[in-house]
Every structure is written in C-alpha cells, then in structure tokens.
Ligand binder design. Structure first.
Ligand code: SF4
Length: 182
C-alpha cells in the first residue's frame, strides 16, 4: 500500500496492512511531542533514558503502585493502556503539572481504539497523589488535534538531526538533560 498521509500510513500499519513505510506512534511519543519536540526526536531514536533520574523514577513509581488492584496494562498494537475502569480508559499520572501532554496522550488512546479497534470509549486522567480525576472525551476537536499531531510527529522523526534545545522549566528533570545542556 502506498499512502502519503501519515495518518493513513499509521492506520494501515496498525491494521497489519502491507505498507511501503510502516509508521508507528506510541502514547509516549504523543506525550513527548506536546512536552518537547527534541525529547520526542531522542525517543524516536531509542536512546536509552536515565532510569536513575529522580523525575523518571518518581513517574515510574506512581505508575507501578497507583491503582494496583485494578491495573491491567492492556497492550493493543502501538498503545499500552494503564487500565479500564467501568469501560473508561484510565491514564494515571503522578501530577497535573503537564496537563495538555497527558490529555493528548489519552486522546490518542481513545482515537486509536476508535479507529483501529472500532471501540468508542471515554477516558479519565487520574492524579492519585492529588486525588483528582478528569474526564476526557474524543470530541471532533480532539480528533483534529490528534491527527494534526500525528502528521507533525511524522515530519519531526524523519529529520536527520534533533530540533535545537530550548530551555524549559522541566529541563533539569528531563532524562535527556545531558544531551542538551552539558
Ligand atoms: S532537556 Fe529540555 S530541551 Fe532537552 S530534551 Fe529535555 S525537555 Fe527538551
């Protein structure tokens, strides 16, 4: 199958159709795209992240312990879901500090489930430490944002070199800090 649109290419890849250039976007890639394009580029090259980094460890621990009794870790092609709760997709995050990237990651899961599996679901963004939960629905506006992000991610990860580093409030806790500021 030859298709130029990255969204069609991703869908064909997810459905197992023969594609000239398979194209995959994980939930983490969708999240990184909305955090830092340079971080996304590094992630796309499978560069090993610093597991001792305090922020990474913190995020991992909350992911490993929160909602333990309900955790399902459902893997569906390019996406891995934390859990389903009453049929809703729940994404667990340690803090609400980076709301938009987390919302877009969850929106991508909802979009992927709808487009690839034909299953329409709502979502919940959960911040157990803050005892907060917010609903995320796959509206037409979110569909547009997800598909626009997929096209931008496709363009970004094909670049031969990463976008330049731009100082952000969370650079000091980023796993790729030493690739940017040392
Ligand atoms: S250190 Fe900052 S600029 Fe570098 S990848 Fe991380 S968030 Fe992006």
């Amino acid at each position: 199958m030859t298709t130029k649109d990255p969204v069609d290419r991703l869908l064909a890849t997810a459905r197992g159709a023969p594609v000239d250039e398979p194209f995959r976007v994980t939930g983490v890639m969708m999240q990184y795209y909305h955090v830092c394009e340079r971080e996304l580029w590094f992630e796309s090259r499978n560069l090993e992240i610093d597991r001792e980094n305090a922020a990474v460890v913190r995020g991992t621990r909350v992911d490993e312990t929160a909602y333990d009794e309900k955790r399902e870790n459902l893997h569906l092609g390019m996406i891995s879901l934390d859990l389903l709760d009453d049929g809703r997709v729940v994404e667990v995050k340690p803090s609400s500090a980076l709301t938009e990237p987390a919302e877009m990651q969850l929106s991508y899961y909802l979009w992927y489930l709808d487009r690839v599996a034909g299953v329409r679901r709502g979502g919940v963004l959960a911040h157990p430490r803050e005892r907060r939960r917010e609903s995320v629905e796959l509206t037409d506006q979110r569909v547009e944002k997800v598909e626009s992000a997929i096209r931008s991610i496709h363009e970004l990860v094909r670049r031969p070199s990463p976008p330049p580093a731009e100082r952000k409030p969370f650079c000091d806790s980023c796993a790729y800090h030493d690739f940017c500021w040392c």
